[in-house]
Design a binder for this molecule. Structure first.
Ligand code: MSP
Length: 533
């Protein structure tokens, strides 16, 4: 059995989760469920990045203790994942003791090996990005651009990691593909960034008098660990790296390397493509022990029309007040609609603009109309015309053959799209078979054919093809919409019929004599109140 270790970025719980966070977790959840369907032993790790200056600042602003803020907001993330059906196997909260111990063990070893050193720094610091700036970070006008937020001048001593020593190795690892990066076009971006990073080492500490909320350096108690150095380690600490004897964590050697670190494009450089592989190398990981980075794009917000630049997009941000709350969306439109939309309308790796009208129209057309109708008609007609009992007759014709080959084609394209992390492609493959089946009904209408008794075998065969198709479609859809898939199988009374492995998904799962159940709408159309009036 293959193992599949999948992780996402761990979210800052300094506010509430928005659809960007939700997209990443649903994307990972769909991939994890798909890999299980392929028979892999999957470990899906996600969590929260609870330390750092952002958390301390938000707590100060809200007049809260920072630990209280972290606990309160972490709950919002956890309950959203529950609501959206995001099922993870490991929860990485960086304030967890086991993580702190792991970070400190790593720091101690790196310190003992001379990979860390202390030096004084005088210069500029971006509060928003929590990083020191160099002259190279200045824009063309000589100032530090908007992306850095508030920039202050600082003079302080800190601990540094000898990042630059690994730059040459990293360049090779990125070029020869040992460090996996998808989509491919991101590789060039990383190579450019390595050039710049090779000139400086990474400051991995913050003096406690400025930031107390972090993991204390085991060899210098006046400092806490820089939040990124702490957070990146979650990928291994919660996977059992250097864990204590008898711990309930997974076996690290079996799990590592991660098959997919799913992250947004904003945290590829420098954190995941530069700091992280160099940290791993300094810890003794080899080239074949590097993870694969799957970099997704961003959900932006379509600017309200009416402005001169109507139709353009802007970033979602608290300060612009345009944040979309996924929990509210799920309450309003249902979990299926939200999960479907989030992975259907964005090409993995690219950006997309969030549009609630599109969410509704995709749900209504592809799920309520196309698939919903197919299910309803297939199960209803089977009940009414043949008493719900399927039979495999000797009747066959070209139309039936075309249904079978359309399904085989769909499974093939679905699998290759899923293997390439092209989730919209996989959903389109599913829809193409749904559309084909609906056409099959129109051209071979069982409700007409049944009037002629000599056509009874043909009618039974058509209905068999429809129900068998519905079962296959429920399997293909299950990583995306697990609850709906279960409902479909329930209506077909086929919960036990399928082994649960994609490799076993071949024509003829439903046996002659199989009794189907009652049809009940799985995807009720979304009707807005304003449409009803
Ligand atoms: N805490 C760091 C990650 C540490 S990983 C060791 C962080 N947190 S975050 O809360 O700001 O972002 C978490 C993830 O959500 C990131 O992968 C980020 O790219 C993603 N997204 C944040 N806004 C997003 C959109 N608008 N759209 C899609 N994904 C977005 O960065």
């Amino acid at each position: 059995m293959n193992k599949f270790f999948i992780t996402t970025a761990i979210d800052y719980p300094n506010g509430s989760p928005h659809i960007g966070h939700a997209y990443e977790k649903v994307l990972a959840d769909v991939i994890a469920r798909y890999r299980r369907l392929c028979g892999d032993e999957v470990f899906f790790l996600t969590g929260v990045d609870q330390h750092g200056q952002k958390m301390q600042q938000t707590a100060d602003l809200e007049g809260l203790n920072v630990a209280t803020l972290a606990t309160r907001n972490t709950r919002r993330f956890v309950s959203l994942w529950e609501k959206l059906g995001v099922h993870y196997d490991g929860w990485a909260a960086t304030t967890d003791d086991l993580h702190k111990k792991c970070v400190q063990k790593i720091l101690t070893t790196l310190h003992d090996e001379g990979q860390l050193y202390k030096k004084a720094y005088k210069g500029f610091y971006s509060v928003r990005q929590e990083q020191y700036l160099t002259e190279k970070d200045r824009g063309e006008d000589g100032g530090f651009g908007e992306e850095w937020g508030e920039v202050i001048e600082l003079e302080e001593e800190n601990w540094y990691f000898r990042l630059s020593e690994h730059a040459e190795w990293l360049k090779t690892a990125v070029t020869n593909g040992s460090l996996g990066i998808l989509p491919e076009f991101r590789r060039a971006e990383v190579l450019n960034a390595i050039e710049r990073a090779s000139e400086t080492d990474l400051c991995i500490s913050r003096p406690k008098d400025r930031l107390h909320w972090g993991i204390e350096l085991p060899f210098d108690p006046n400092f806490v660990t820089y939040v990124w150095f702490d957070a990146l380690i979650n990928y291994i600490s919660f996977a059992g790296y250097r864990s204590e004897e008898g711990s309930s964590l997974p076996d690290f050697d079996t799990l590592w390397p991660a098959n997919a670190h799913i992250i947004g494009k904003d945290i590829l450089v420098p954190a995941h493509a530069i700091y992280w592989p160099c940290m791993l190398r300094a810890m003794g990981f080899t080239e074949n022990q590097m993870p694969m980075l799957l970099v997704h794009g961003w959900w932006n917000i379509r600017k309200k029309s009416g402005g001169t630049d109507g139709g353009s997009e802007e970033k979602m941000s608290k300060s612009l007040g345009n944040v979309v709350d996924p929990s509210e969306l799920a309450e309003r439109f249902g979990v299926d609609a939200v999960r479907y939309y989030l992975v259907r309308d964005i090409v993995t790796g690219k950006d997309s603009a969030f549009d609630p009208e599109r969410l509704i129209s995709l749900f209504n057309s592809e799920l309520a109309n196309d698939l919903g109708n197919l299910l309803n008609r297939s199960i209803n007609m089977t009940k009414r015309f043949i008493g719900g009992e399927l039979s495999q007759t000797s009747y066959d014709d070209q139309a039936c053959e075309e249904v079978r080959s359309s399904l085989a084609e769909t499974i093939k394209s679905y699998r290759s799209a899923m293997d390439a992390y092209d989730l919209p492609g996989a959903l389109k493959a599913i829809n193409s078979h749904v559309v084909r089946c609906n056409q099959f009904i129109e051209k071979n209408p069982p409700f007409e054919l049944r009037k002629d008794e000599s056509q009874s075998e043909r009618v039974a065969t058509i209905l068999y093809h429809l129900c068998e198709s519905c079962l296959h479609l429920s399997v293909l859809l299950s990583p995306f919409l697990p609850d709906a898939a279960t409902k479909i199988r329930g209506q077909l009374r086929a919960e036990q019929s399928f082994s649960g492995r994609l490799d076993d998904l071949s024509w003829g799962i439903l046996q002659g004599g199989h009794q189907t159940g009652k049809a009940k709408p799985v995807f009720p159309r979304i009707v807005l109140e304003e449409d009803q009036n």
